[in-house]
Ligand binder design. Structure first.
Ligand SMILES: [Zn+2]
Length: 184
């Protein structure tokens, strides 16, 4: 159970583990209502990866470039059921099944629908994260090294994604780029 005086309950829990000055800056921007607009200004344009086919191609291209030797992906899909942000950072599963007397493993990557209306940097971060798990199952040093090898700005993007999740959790921000995408 989180303690009631834990400063990182509520939306800011997505920033657990980050240095206090960074968290404090996000807390201030969240409180004065300017965090969403800051993110929109920094990342003005949504990506164009709209459906499962486009997502499969996008993930496949990154995988072919950076993780050619990792096991093939059976499925890549947008997932509307990952709305709760606990899972918003995506899921990677290995579904074991028996086929012709042998156990085979299907690897799947699902990305929360929330990221359909997001800037390209945020989609890239989440996809790099899930792809890196094909090789590194834990969130350890080797995992983050691999993420940064694929995307040198990985840490900055993850922090900004987490700041966005704070916004979404606080009730503003889920539709930030929907509006941006709909603009003429
Ligand atoms: Zn992970």
């Amino acid at each position: 159970m989180p303690r009631s005086d834990d400063p990182l309950i509520g939306p800011l829990r997505y920033l657990r583990g980050y240095p206090a000055p960074l968290v404090s800056e996000v807390r201030t921007l969240l409180a004065d209502g300017s965090l969403a607009q800051r993110l929109l200004k920094k990342y003005p344009t949504p990506h164009a990866v709209r459906n499962d086919t486009a997502l499969y191609d996008y993930v496949g291209a990154l995988k072919a470039r950076h993780l050619r030797n990792a096991a093939p992906l059976a499925k890549v899909a947008w997932d509307g059921k990952l709305a709760s942000i606990h899972n918003a950072l995506g899921t990677h599963t290995r579904v074991a099944r028996v086929q012709g007397g042998k156990i085979t493993t299907r690897r799947e990557i699902r990305i929360a629908n929330l990221f359909r209306d997001a800037p390209p940097e945020f989609l890239r971060m989440i996809v790099v994260h899930e792809l890196a798990h094909l090789k590194e199952p834990e969130h350890d040093k080797a995992f983050y090294q691999l993420c940064c090898r694929i995307e040198p700005d990985y840490h900055q993007f993850e922090f900004d994604v987490r700041a966005w999740l704070c916004c979404v959790d606080a009730g503003g921000g889920a539709a930030l780029w929907q509006a941006a995408g709909a603009a003429p």
